[in-house]
Ligand binder design. Structure first.
Ligand SMILES: Nc1nc2c(ncn2[C@@H]2O[C@H](COP(=O)(O)OP(=O)(O)OP(=O)(O)O)[C@@H](O)[C@H]2O)c(=O)[nH]1
Ligand SMILES: [Mg+2]
Ligand SMILES: [Zn+2]
Length: 292
């Protein structure tokens, strides 16, 4: 038996890298595993059949799982937005943050394409994220500005790059790791949106150590299936008010004597983040009402 990690799925095969030698094998799965899904990032036990073909015998327990796109065992996520073409969507950023935090995947934020326009128009939002403890990178895959900081952050970890199509995820990885040659394409000149260039999920080794997963851009993701109290805990600025509201089970939306609503009114909790919270909370409440 050999320990390996799935790096790519293609044509019904699982391309798997041996952890010791780094050799990549095209593997099929053992029949008994037919019902179990295998993700990129999964650690698996391989066996070489007498005919020289490799078979996945067992999928080892996952430390983390990201569902959209399906990737197992990532440690950190870079949520990429661009300052322009397309413009940043902070609701989507908050949703990606939520998915990361609830999945135990350490997030960071990256605003790319700063050569197109300075990040200044988003100064308040970026400060808000920094103030609650998120790492924020400002990069240009085109000029290389900020790329070195981002590269340092990737070293030694298994990271996933997420974000809408066209923000420059693949371009940024090409800048981080020259020679990677991931496919990129211009955004649609009319809509300023990406063209969904990256179609596959692939785990790529970095020269300095660590792995990174480029992903297809997407925007239609659902609010994770969590409770209202977990949602509040995913917002550091809301979690900081825990236990201070009049009601123990305060949802921080309409209740009286709510310290969160008070902090929003006073401006200590950013209104844009809070409005996304209210939106997510209402989706979660609706889901809970229709569950039984
Ligand atoms: N000016 C400028 N253009 C950039 C930058 N980064 C990426 N681009 C351009 O933006 C377009 C989209 O880049 P991609 O890297 O394909 O974007 P992506 O996020 O991987 O998109 P999908 O694979 O569709 O999800 C390309 O034309 C890139 O050259 C940047 O920092 N500055
Ligand atoms: Mg791409
Ligand atoms: Zn409250």
């Amino acid at each position: 038996m050999v320990l390996g990690q799935v790096v790519r799925l293609h044509g019904g095969f699982y391309f798997t890298r041996e952890l010791t030698t780094g050799a990549v094998h095209e593997c099929s799965r053992r029949g008994r595993l037919a019902k179990q899904r295998i993700y990129v990032g999964d650690r698996v036990l391989l066996e070489e059949a007498p005919d020289g073909k490799f078979v996945i015998k067992e999928v080892l327990p996952r430390k983390t799982v990201l569902m959209r796109p399906p990737v197992a065992n990532v440690q950190q996520s870079a949520i990429i937005m661009s300052v322009k073409e397309p413009e940043p969507e902070f609701r989507l950023l908050d949703l990606f943050l939520l998915i990361s935090i609830t999945g135990n995947i350490h997030p960071a934020i990256c605003l790319n394409k700063i050569d197109l326009t300075p990040a200044d128009p988003y100064f308040q939002e970026l400060e808000a994220y920094r103030n609650i403890g998120f790492r924020v990178f400002l990069t240009s895959a085109k000029t290389g500005e900020g790329v070195e900081d981002f590269r340092q952050w990737l070293i030694g970890s298994v990271s996933v790059l997420a974000g809408p199509s066209g923000v420059g995820k693949s371009s940024l990885l090409n800048a981080v790791h020259p020679g990677l040659r991931l496919r990129t394409a211009q955004v649609n000149p009319k809509t300023k949106r990406g063209r969904h260039v990256t179609r596959t999920v692939e785990l790529t080794p970095l020269v300095d150590g660590g792995f990174v997963v480029d992903t297809p851009g997407f925007t239609n993701i659902q609010t994770p299936d969590i409770s209202l109290s977990v949602l509040a805990d995913c917002y550091p600025e809301i979690a900081a008010q825990r236990g201070k509201c009049r009601f123990n089970n305060c949802s921080h939306t309409t209740e009286p004597d709510c310290m969160v609503q008070k902090a929003v009114a006073e401006g200590t909790i950013p209104a844009f983040r809070y409005s996304h919270y209210v939106g997510f909370a209402s989706e979660i409440a609706k889901r809970e009402r229709t569950r039984y």
